[in-house]
Ligand binder design. Structure first.
Ligand code: 5GP
Ligand code: MN
Ligand code: MN
Length: 329
């Protein structure tokens, strides 16, 4: 009945009413892909006043700047002040909406499309499916219920979202239905190889050098995480500056770190401001890292989660180590 309520929320909106789409701060491929793909779908339905935004710095990672529907994107300051309908994508908690949270609360109609197990249940109609591999799975479900056929542009957005959140179809939630959706998306004519190269394999040289430096200072603690091992590293704003790289290049740094065989848990601590760090946590299965993240005011999934930490990197890692010990004992 949540589907019916979401369809009704869209259908009760006039074609010239203002519709605001919002995804989470520091958007990733799923946040942007699910939001822009759905926005294109609304356009196909004839809605004329659709805008998409996210809170904070209006920095769209270079690989996403050529996503179809990117012309829907406006900085937070240009979002509709008083939209009729607000749709929220890939957001587990209101805090990830920053100052835009009020927009959702005040709107006559609101729909939250998400897939985080840690979703707090905020907002209006809840389309939250923790079994979904990406928010784009939920967005595709709603578009099809609205009678919008997939076209190549929508499909490209949803494909980027799906490929991002499944680690290019490698993670545990890469199910039959994920591949069935991927097949429907590819059937529109998109080119997976081309998209993957653009999204995942087009890093500036400086990003590689920065990655090399940050990986070079990684620490392995074989006895942490209940004896299953933890590996961690950190990156500072000075590191970014030295290599002239924007913060988003650190978003994928967790991938080589999490590949370490001796560690069940991996941690990357990324500076966002003096004394403030965005912490990425990954687990290979034994540990539910979302518990650790939620206890620190963050969120995520069982095997991939994050939170904001304070102090020095070593302080942040101490906290993670302590929480893991508590959790495992
Ligand atoms: P990542 O490490 O790739 O930034 O995030 C991994 C997962 O944890 C994602 O699903 C993301 O939504 C979630 N996550 C990361 N940081 C935070 C945070 O500060 N708050 C919340 N609620 N979730 C987070
Ligand atoms: Mn996301
Ligand atoms: Mn997601």
């Amino acid at each position: 009945e949540q589907w019916a309520a979401a369809v009704a929320a869209v259908r009760s909106t006039g074609l010239d009413d203002e519709i605001q789409l919002i995804c989470h701060v520091n958007p990733d491929g799923d946040a942007l892909g699910s939001m822009l793909g759905f926005g294109l779908g609304l356009r196909r339905l004839g809605f004329t006043r659709v805008r998409a935004t996210f809170p904070g710095d209006f920095a769209v990672p270079t690989p996403y700047q050529r996503l179809p529907g990117v012309d829907l994107l406006v900085p937070e300051a240009d979002a509709f002040a008083d939209p009729r309908l607000v749709l929220v994508f890939d957001v587990a908690s209101e805090s990830r909406l920053g100052a835009l949270a009020g927009r959702l609360a005040a709107a006559p109609a609101g729909v939250v499309l998400d897939h985080h197990a840690s979703n707090t249940g905020f907002g209006g109609v809840q389309l939250v499916d923790p079994q979904a591999a990406a928010t784009s799975v939920v967005a595709d479900g709603l578009l099809s219920r609205l009678g919008v056929p997939l076209d190549r542009e929508i499909a490209e957005c949803f494909y980027v979202a799906l490929a991002t959140d499944t680690g290019s179809f490698k993670f545990d939630m890469t199910t039959v239905s994920v591949h069935e959706l991927a097949a429907r998306l590819i059937a529109t004519g998109l080119r997976p190889g081309e998209i993957s190269r653009r999204i995942f394999d087009s890093k500036p040289f400086g990003a590689m050098k920065l990655t090399g430096e940050v990986l070079g200072r990684a620490v392995l603690e074989p006895a942490a995480a209940g004896g299953r091992g933890m590996v961690w590293t950190y990156a500072t704003l000075a590191d970014l500056e030295r290599h002239a790289q924007p913060p988003y290049v650190l978003d994928t740094l967790i991938d080589p770190v999490r590949s370490v065989a001796e560690a069940d848990v991996s941690v990357v601590v990324k500076q966002t401001a003096p004394g403030e760090w965005s912490v990425s946590l990954r687990s290979k299965g034994a540990v539910d890292v979302s518990g650790v993240a939620v206890s620190q005011g963050g969120g995520g999934h069982r095997l991939a989660a994050g939170f904001t930490g304070y102090g020095e990197p070593a302080d942040v890692v101490d906290t993670v180590r302590r929480l893991l010990d508590e959790y495992l004992n």
